[in-house]
Design a protein around this ligand. Structure first.
Ligand SMILES: *[C@@H]1O[C@H](CO)[C@@H](O)[C@H](O)[C@H]1NC(C)=O
Length: 101
């Protein structure tokens, strides 16, 4: 009986994982992978404040990168693919989702 009760919780967990976007940011020496389940403004580590960064989008949602911390100064928009050069400082990003949650 217990396993039947636990099933909906396990399912929603799997769905939440499926809905999460993974975004990689690199300063060519070190990189970080950020995981976010929504399209809120997400501040990145200050190691990406130099002019030579790369980004990697793992999921089908496009991602906007910003030079400031509050997602108002766009520096790049990127799509799923390999590591892509962004020769500007990156301080935040936002996953562009159709539901805009
Ligand atoms: C990348 O970030 C690391 C950690 O902060 C730092 O040690 C390194 O010098 C940075 N590399 C570049 C090219 O900025």
């Amino acid at each position: 009986m217990r396993s039947f009760i636990a099933l909906p919780a396990a399912l929603s967990c799997i769905l939440a994982l499926c809905n999460a976007a993974n975004v990689g940011v690199s300063n060519r020496t070190q990189y970080k992978i950020y995981n976010t389940g929504n399209s809120k403004c997400f501040a990145v580590d200050n190691m990406f404040q130099g002019n030579s960064n790369q980004v990697l989008i793992y999921d089908s949602f496009p991602v906007m990168f910003y030079g400031n911390a509050d997602c108002s100064n766009i520096v790049s928009m990127n799509y799923k693919g390999g590591w892509t050069d962004v020769n500007r400082p990156i301080r935040s990003f936002q996953v562009i989702r159709p539901d805009n949650q």
